[in-house]
Design a protein around this ligand. Sequence first.
Ligand SMILES: [Zn+2]
Length: 473
Amino acid sequence: MKLNNTTIPAMNKSRFLSVIMFLPLIMILLLMDQCTTDKKSVYMRIRDHADGIKVIDAHEHQHWPEEYPARQFSFYHLLAASYLAADINCAGAKGFDMAVLDSLTPGDLWNNYGEALNYTRNTSYYSQFVKGMKKLYGFHDLYFTRENIAELSVNIEENYKDYKQWFDEAFNKAGYEIMFLDQYWKPFNTELDDKYFALVFHINPLISQSSRRPEKDTEPKDIYKRASEAGYKINNLDDYLAYCDHLFINNVENKAVCIKNSQAYSRTLFYEDVPYEVARILYDKPSQQLTPAEAKKIEDFMFHWIIRKSVEYDLPVQIHTGYLAGNGNVLDNSQPIKLNNLFLKYPDAKFVLFHGGFPWTGEYAALGKMFRNVYLDLVWLSQISREEAVQSLDVMLDCVPYNKFFWGGDSHLIEESAGALEYCKDVVSEVLAKRIERGLLNEDVSLEIVDKIFRENAIEVFRLRERLGREFQ
Ligand SMILES: [Zn+2]
């Protein structure tokens, strides 16, 4: 029907005019709503896609409950084993003591930790911990309270009565295919349940004990005790290297997928290039007489030797960089740029830098961009700071090809690991959705990036098909 002035009655005419007047505003509002809907749907499509991935988790420290002194696991036991414990301590509460936890009532525990726990409601450690409870226990509240902790704890205690079964259920529910297990607390153990885990060769003791030879006629300890039990006599540097090579072979035979260096917790990441002759002479000196500078020289030599071995056995070298867990350490030791000389000297080694190098995320990205042999594992970054992860991943995606990223959960119990995965999926989806919105990526490539970060890059770079002898679809 054609509309004109003569056919519109007076009342309808004024309504019609008001509609015409507000039409531009209505259009703008409709458009805004449309944009929001598109943004949400792009984010949700990426997020849903991430949930469909069988994740290759390139770094974990999962413990079995038998490894803890306590037998009955409550909410507070999980809290004590989590990263959030450090924030609670930072907020003023006493450090957790697993043994003491058993003797306290839920009321005592809330009285001891509740206030400090509440002061951490803003941190990423806190929200990531909530995410894990949400994913595995259907926890719906935004924050923990005295009351909802009591309810949650009943379920936790029930699950931990049969942790093996619970671990299996939670492992699958969280969406894992395999976890790389770094057992820094028992670095020589090579026996793992390969249904869940791939072995990581933790090499800190090989380095640190090279400058701690036992005194003559004393009982050997640590690596020297193991060597002697295996029939190796260590009288000089060559003997020590022969035993270390034996450890490499043993780990390779047990399907180790990489080696791990977390020495930034106890020393600088700068490893000087020390000639063999210098190290040999220093090693002959009784360790108790070594100056700190001399001890460092032997240790520096050892890491260079280990990197050469990693090339020989084609094992990528994972290295902790940046922020250090706990409540006190020397942050400067962990600056990623201190490793620069190694990347130049060993172009055939594969270096995997951890944690976004936080707070040096910019130089971390630059190293990943400069060196074809430097890979970036986002492990733990979003747990440390969600917003830092969002901003720095955006920068990293500007700089570094996406076949060079991995992800890991870096947790001691399955609940925290599940929360870490959920949290990083949120971060990656948010960054990619924003990049699509700005015309920097399309959706197909974004979905491919998600696959690469959470699964495919690890399969390729760590050669998991050959090493683990299993199919990865
Ligand atoms: Zn770790």
